[in-house]
Ligand binder design. Structure first.
Ligand SMILES: C[S@@+](CC[C@H](N)C(=O)[O-])C[C@H]1O[C@@H](n2cnc3c(N)ncnc32)[C@H](O)[C@@H]1O
Length: 181
């Protein structure tokens, strides 16, 4: 089986202090607005899922996607506690396919692309799921992902048809904002 972040490891970085360094409204606010459909791919425990759900509002939708059911259960629990269940759907994907058909306006790939085995296929699937003009934010932890590897990931996304439009500042991270070509 491919290496993935174990469910219990989420607690080491997905904790109340994270809000101080990764404010979802500041990170995603410029790209996500009310009524949008957002994908949170490799959502883990759902820190970014909840932030995205607040931005899409009651008329929008967030699809939280992960290979691990334990992560998705955590997302559902947190969504219930936050009163956001109505706008969050969870979806268990496989290592070889996201298996989604929904059209989306935005996709968040936060601290997870380095865990994906076949990134060419992964970015091609995301490209097909996003509406024309849809945007993809890829963020990787500087501690685990060297700059060269991140550049390679961005280049794989470009090969799938995305173009890089910005390099937003996200603390402790490399980040690239891409648009569906
Ligand atoms: C380091 S965690 C990051 C979680 C979350 N994005 C965050 O920032 O809190 C990486 C997550 O990606 C998931 N993952 C790994 N490979 C995946 C794949 N091919 N498709 C979907 N999710 C995957 C893992 O199960 C894990 O929950």
């Amino acid at each position: 089986m491919a290496h993935v972040c174990p469910w219990w490891f989420v607690y080491t970085f997905d904790n109340p202090i994270r809000r101080l360094v990764h404010d979802p409204a500041a990170i995603f606010g410029p790209y996500v607005s009310a009524g949008m459909t957002a994908l949170d791919v490799g959502c883990g425990g759902g820190f970014t899922t909840l932030g995205l759900a607040r931005l899409v509002g009651e008329s929008g939708r967030v699809i939280a996607v992960d290979v691990q059911e334990k992560m998705l259960a955590m997302v559902r629990r947190r969504a219930r506690r936050a009163g956001l269940s109505g706008r969050i759907a969870t979806h268990q994907c496989t290592f070889t396919s996201l298996g989604l058909e929904d059209e989306a306006d935005f996709a968040d790939v936060f601290w997870m692309a380095h865990e994906v085995q076949d990134r060419e296929r992964f970015f091609a699937e995301l490209h097909a799921l996003l509406r024309p003009g849809g945007r993809l934010l890829v963020t990787e932890p500087v501690r685990h992902v060297p700059r060269e590897k991140f550049d390679e990931e961005v280049s794989q996304a470009r090969d799938a048809g995305f173009r890089r439009t910005a390099e937003p500042r996200v603390r402790f991270s490399h980040a690239a904002l891409l648009a569906r070509g």
